[in-house]
Write a protein that binds this ligand. Sequence first.
Ligand SMILES: Cc1ncc(COP(=O)(O)O)c(C=O)c1O
Length: 360
Amino acid sequence: MRPLVATIDLAAIRRNYALAKLCAPGRKAFAVVKANAYGHGVREVVAALAREADGFAVASLEEAVEVRAVQAGARLLLLEGCFDAGELPLVSRLGLDVVVQDDRQAEALLTASIDRPVNVWLKLDSGMHRLGLTPAGVRHWFTRLRAAHQVAEVNLISHFACADERGHSLTDLQLERFLDLLDLDFDLRSLSNSAAVLTIPAAHMDWLRPGIMLYGATPFAELSAVELGLQPAMSLTAQVISVREVPAGDSVGYGAAWIAAGRARIGTVSCGYADGYPRHAPSGTPMVVRGRRLPLVGRVSMDMLTVDLTSLPEAQAGDSVELWGAQLPVDEVAHACGTIGYELLTKVTARVPRIYLCAD
Ligand SMILES: Cc1ncc(COP(=O)(O)O)c(C=O)c1O
């Protein structure tokens, strides 16, 4: 078997969820499990959180169907609402909560023929300018949806653009615009992603929406997962499958992009960009062999990458290589690659087997 595996610590995810709840006593929390639970495996993550999670949030009806297959009763929120009016009957049958983020979605709901009324989350565009209604639009639809037989609760939701940059002025403005609507008698309110859960108590409202923090990565550039008390959930582990000496001046890998300054000992590692490891990772990106951080050298290829073992003479073929995980935060690897932990985690491809360490 090819030695590459993503080991998922389900107990860590449960502890991280508990930490989110601890940040906002008395509030409820949708565990955000879209994009295959940020790459961790949605069925396993939902099953692991089944007892304590108040609800789950996903990006599409297809994802909701997968969650419903393991969680019959939990509150389940469609974060972007329906993409098509034809989805509403199934939304109603599955008992989903649904975001309404524009006039089209609101009108579709008012003309839908559904037996069971749905909980609506009216989405305010408080400044992100991606989805959502104007404040006037929220006021308009609040009244109309309140009176509709297709609608049970009418709730308010919005999303921060810069909560991961502490003290950003747009965050204050977004919070103000959200609060300005609270003269309306919403059943429930939700505003906080992980960054806000962790650092903006004034935004906690009734329902939190933590995503990245559940998986033990940080939403912040300046504050590490360890500093936040989060535990990494995924370790991506490969193996050194070949070792060779490379003379000074010789190159390694495609494009001869890295040249050995002195005599070097190069290990070839069983992970490549077809597994989700970023092809653009520069030489110097860290990985861990025998507890030591060692640098990637040369270009990442489809199924393999290369590591400089020169400073670790005892390293040999068969050694395990942690690309990120318990010993090396995914956020550090992401930083070296000019991206964020979210992208690395969600891009681990289907050909990488996931192995689950069971929840407590
Ligand atoms: C609407 C919405 N809420 C919550 C989240 C969770 O955000 P995070 O993973 O930063 O906690 C996301 C993620 O992108 C989102 O789109």
